[in-house]
Design a protein around this ligand. Structure first.
Ligand code: NAD
Length: 413
C-alpha cells in the first residue's frame, strides 16, 4: 500500500506537541495513520527539528529530511504539506506549495490581509493544487450533530447561529516572551476577532456559505483591554519584562455577520479573562433550537408551562442516530488522540482525500471567507464599529456551488 508522504512546516505545540506534556500534536495522528508517513520536517529552530525527529523515531519510523527553509521541504518529494506555523506564515507557505503542485493543508487562524486572501484564491485557481483548511471543529460531534439536525429538517429554517472562542489564554500569551509563541505579538499589536474559525467554520457549513449563500456584511466591537495587564502585574516571571506593555487586543470582541439569505451570526472572542473553554455553538430555526453548552435540543412542541431549561440539559443525547458513522464507531484511543477525537477524524479524511484525489471538504473559498473575518473586524473596530462589506471570494460562483459536508451525514426518515 503506497503511503501518503507528509511534510510538516511549524513544529510547535500544534505541529508535534512541543512544550506540551499531553499531546504529540497533529504529527502524532499522522504517525499513527497506516496510510501516511512523515518524511520531511521544517522549523526555524534547530532544537524543534530535533524534538520532532525524536518523536518520529520513537514510533519506529525512518529519520525524516530536516530543514529550516520550507522551500527546501517542498522540493523534497512530499505529497502533502501540513502548515502549523503561527498565523502570519500560513499564506506564504501555502502559496509556495500550490505553485510547486504540492497539496497543502493549513492550520486555523485569521488573517490581517484581504489581499492575502485574494492571493490564495488566485493561486488556487491558476494551479488547481488541492488546498485544505484544517478546521478541526467542523469534525467535532457536537457541531456535526447540529449540522445533521439542520440537514434532516429537525430545526426547520435557520435564522440565527452563534458561537464563541472562549479560552483563557493569558499564560500562553504572556509565556510567548520565553516560548516565541506568536500570540504575544498579535495581542500587543492588533485589536480584532483574531480566531474566528473554530465556531464560524461549522456555522458557515450549516448555512451553506459559498454554496448558495454568502457573508455580506460584518460589524465588530471590542471591550477594553485589561485582562493581560492585570495578569502580568501579579505574575513574578513576566512583570519585569512585560509590565509596561499596553496590549491592543480588547478582552472580549463581539462580531455580527449578515448572510445574503437573511441569517445573522454572532461571534464572541474571549481569551484574556478567567473562564472555562467554550465554543457555545447555538442554532435557532423555525422548528427548534440546538445549544452546545447545555447539550440541549428544544423543539417547537415543548411544553413551556411545565419545562424548565435545566430539564432539557443533555437532551442532545437522544439524537445519537443523527451522528455520522465516524462518531458512532470512535474508540477511546482515537478520542485521546487530540481534541476529543476530532483531530483523528479530520486527519484520517484529509489523508484519504490526498490519496484518492477527492475534493477537499474545506477548500480555499471556505478558508478565505472565514479567515478574512479577522481583517474585516479589525477594519470595523478601527472605524468605531462601522459595518464593512464582506468580499465574495468566489466571484459569483457561490450561486451554483454545492455544499460539501465534511463527513457523510445520515438521512433519518
Ligand atoms: N486546530 C486546533 O485545535 C489548534 C490548536 C492549537 C493551535 N492551532 C493552530 O496551530 C498553529 C500553530 O500554533 P502553535 O500553538 O503550535 O504555535 P507555536 O508557536 O507553538 O508553533 C509554531 C511553530 O512554527 C514555527 N515557525 C514559524 N515561522 C516559521 C517559518 N517561517 N519556517 C519554519 N517554521 C516556522 C515556529 O518556530 C514554531 O515552532 C496556529 O495556526 C494555531 O492557530 C490549532
Amino acid at each position: 500500500m503506497r503511503k501518503v508522504k507528509v511534510g510538516f512546516v511549524g513544529l510547535g505545540q500544534r505541529g508535534c506537541g512541543h512544550g506540551l506534556s499531553n499531546s504529540d500534536g497533529l504529527m502524532g495522528n499522522v504517525l499513527n495513520n497506516p496510510e501516511a508517513e512523515v518524511v520531511a520536517i521544517c522549523d526555524q529552530y534547530e532544537e524543534r527539528l530535533d524534538f520532532a525527529e525524536k518523536l518520529i523515531l520513537s514510533k519506529g519510523a525512518p529519520a525524516p529530511f530536516k530543514t529550516t527553509d520550507y522551500n527546501e521541504l517542498i522540493k523534497g518529494g512530499v505529497d502533502a504539506v501540513i502548515v502549523s506555523t503561527g498565523w502570519s506564515m500560513h499564506v506564504a507557505v501555502a502559496l509556495a506549495c500550490m505553485k510547486a503542485g504540492v497539496t497543502v493543508a493549513i492550520e486555523v487562524g485569521g488573517t490581517h490581509s484581504i489581499e492575502d486572501c485574494w492571493k490564495l484564491v488566485d493561486c488556487y485557481e491558476q494551479t488547481q493544487t488541492p488546498f485544505m483548511f484544517l478546521e478541526n471543529c467542523c469534525y467535532y460531534k457536537d457541531e456535526l450533530l447540529a449540522t445533521s439536525l439542520v440537514r434532516n429538517g429537525v430545526l426547520g429554517d435557520v435564522s440565527f447561529c452563534q458561537g464563541y472562542y472562549c479560552h483563557d489564554l493569558r499564560e500562553e500569551i504572556a509565556g510567548g516572551i520565553d516560548t516565541h509563541h506568536y500570540r504575544l505579538n498579535e495581542y500587543m499589536n492588533h485589536n480584532c476577532e483574531n480566531y474566528p474559525t473554530h465556531e464560524l467554520g461549522p456555522i458557515a457549513k450549516i448555512l451553506n456559505v459559498n454554496s448558495g449563500n454568502r457573508f455580506t456584511k460584518l460589524v465588530s466591537m471590542s471591550s477594553k483591554a485589561q485582562g493581560m495587564k492585570q495578569y502580568i502585574a501579579k505574575t513574578d516571571k513576566y512583570k519585569d519584562r512585560l509590565g509596561n506593555v499596553d496590549f491592543k487586543q480588547g478582552d472580549v470582541t463581539t462580531t455580527m455577520i449578515q448572510c445574503e439569505n437573511g441569517e445573522t451570526i454572532f461571534l464572541k472572542l474571549d481569551t484574556t479573562l478567567p473562564r472555562l473553554y467554550e465554543r457555545g455553538v447555538t442554532v435557532s430555526g423555525t422548528k427548534g433550537f440546538y445549544c452546545q453548552t447545555t447539550q440541549a435540543v428544544v423543539l417547537e412542541d415543548i411544553d413551556h408551562e411545565n419545562t424548565s431549561y435545566k430539564q432539557v440539559f443533555n437532551s442532545a443525547d437522544n439524537y445519537k442516530d443523527y451522528l455520522p458513522d465516524d462518531w458512532r464507531t470512535i474508540t477511546e484511543e482515537q478520542i485521546k488522540a487530540g481534541h476529543g477525537g476530532m483531530d483523528y477524524i479530520m486527519l484520517k479524511h484529509f489523508i484519504r482525500c490526498v490519496k484518492e484525489g477527492r475534493p477537499m471538504p474545506i477548500d480555499v473559498y471556505d478558508a478565505v471567507s472565514w479567515m478574512s473575518v479577522t481583517a474585516l473586524s479589525e477594519q470595523s473596530i478601527k472605524m468605531g464599529s462601522m459595518p464593512v462589506e464582506c468580499p465574495d471570494f468566489t466571484r459569483g460562483k457561490y450561486k451554483n456551488r454545492k455544499t460539501i459536508d465534511v463527513l457523510d451525514l445520515p438521512v433519518i426518515k
